[in-house]
Design a binder for this molecule. Sequence first.
Ligand code: COA
Ligand code: AMP
Length: 630
Amino acid sequence: MGYRETYSAWQQDPNAFWMEAAQAIDWVEQPSKALFDENAPLYEWFVDGKVNTCWNAVDRHVEAGNGDRVAIIYDSPVTHTKQEITYSELLDRVSLLAGALKAKGVEKGDRVLIYMPMVPQALEAMLACARLGAIHSVVFGGFAANELAVRVDDAQPKAIIAASCGIEPGRVVHYKPLLDGALEIAEHQPAFCLLFQREQEVAALTEGRDFEWYEAQVGVDPAPCEPVEGNHPAYILYTSGTTGQPKGVVRPTAGHLVALNWTMKAIYDMEPGDVFWAASDVGWVVGHSYICYGPLIHGNTTIVFEGKPVGTPDAGTFWRVISEHNVKSFFTAPTAFRAVKREDPKGEFVKKYDLSCLKNVYLAGERADPDTIEWAQTQLGVPVIDHWWQTETGWAIAANPMGIEALPVKVGSPSVPMPGYDVQILDEGGHEVEPGTLGAIAVKLPLAPGTLPTLWHAEERFKKSYLNTFPGYYETGDAGYKDEDGYLYIMARTDDVINVAGHRLSTGAMEEVLASHPDVAECAVIGVADTLKGQMPLGLLCLNAGTNRPLEEICSESVKLVREKIGPVAAFKLCTVVDRLPKTRSGKILRGTMVNIADGTAWKMPATIDDPIILDEITEALQNLGYAKN
Ligand code: COA
Ligand code: AMP
């Protein structure tokens, strides 16, 4: 069956389609049906099945006689370490770790926060939680203590699992002080913390609260897998929304298992035993789905890479890892390729390695610019597949399904909707528009299995954020269009979310931090185009009347404040002071117009603008920062 037949088989009988996909999963109790629509517009999948994620990702491969197969390859150029962990070893490590958590009281339904760098122990921590039916919430290492605290208070974890440190090129990230700082700010306190001590830095433990990773495992019984209901949350992953309060995306267990397993062949063309590499971080959804769960559920070998595309040690690292570990499908963010391309435009490093193992390359996380795709295609000589998805969905909404049928690649498009997603382009009134017309991208409900059923303890926010604008649809927050062949084009966000180096960030959250500076009366943060990172945040500050301190000082304090409160990942470095911000007559800041001015793209004077002169002042301020050149 080709793509069209597969998609139409799903359209005709979604239940049968997903029940068939569900056969590839080991169930403790089979579900009676796929879709549960009794509470529409809230939908759930495989609710009455009983299942365990860790069993499907680890145990069953050992039971099937594949225990000697490598589950995880750890390749860390920043610590000069390489390690292989077989499925049998992974089973032992995860069941003992789960035993340690259980002995300290972690049970099904408890939340466990994980704050770890790219080491295999991060995956083991996730799997140990899944084994017990505990709900993990992984926090990216580039977030500051304050962001960690917000997540602690929202998820209310019984335990926090952390490593002593992370390693960024040129500096050690001290996780333990960040964790301690977060727990000083947070109202909720975990019952205990489990610390994985790395050689590079041994952290001082807090007596009575903190336990060492290996010591906690001494003398405990390995824990068995705890069956959970199909709609039991597998994890919560916080992502940026419009405000400073991140959204806790809930991932349902059974839909997650069925959908990810299906994608490994259908989209990534993987057979069990093949090596899959997603060069992302466990703190992001790509890391959850395609460093940890997807490859392991499907019986593949996954790579945990602790390094950067460039500088660890050079722009050939990606090619070395692919060649050395026999990677068949490789997944990264366009930014990473832009970084490599900048250092090695002619692909001198590519020529040094035998890349004959590589069949397909996948890009996601931000818009893939045609230049980057074409460069990668030329250098690597394999299809470079853009695909589009979100933390909320957990897997691709649109892709080129290489394991079903390699469709013609149209550069600039992430190709076509996957089964499970009825994608439509809507106008402001919620009506579908003609091909070629820009509109809001929405997905007709229900969403596919594995996608978010709600936000953690925030059902009203879930409805308001995603369901209310277009009744009967999920609002993606992206704008774009479809062409005559049904290919999608993703053009921009419709909200205050920006994408910096493939990292999803909220300008609203940065504005909240800037507004807390004592000299700042009002501010706006916009995402301006950047040749490396796609977008960069830029802050425009209006100061309180009578402030007469040097403006550079206030700007550099503001930069520092965002780094302290949100974290280095915000990459907030551009900041300037202006007299006034351009607004509509009703007081709405014209961020979109400022973005167009900064990027030098065509723009029209908004009819509702209060005072057009302000735009001249803004243009001048942006020019002084090196923007608004046209
Ligand atoms: N822990 C602590 N700090 C981190 C971090 C982590 N896990 N990840 C990034 N940071 C820090 C960086 O060190 C940097 O700090 P600095 O301001 O002191 O230099 C800051 O956060 C910004 O990081 P980033 O925007 O990633 O820039 P960079 O210059 O370090 O690297 C790239 C640029 C292109 C190499 C890098 O962004 C990259 O590899 N991007 C791909 C992203 C990706 O895989 N996304 C996953 C979604 S699919
Ligand atoms: P995240 O939740 O971090 O995965 O970010 C999701 C957002 O990133 C989407 O809503 C898009 O705005 C953007 N995005 C992800 N993949 C793509 C893509 N292939 N093309 C364009 N934008 C993308």
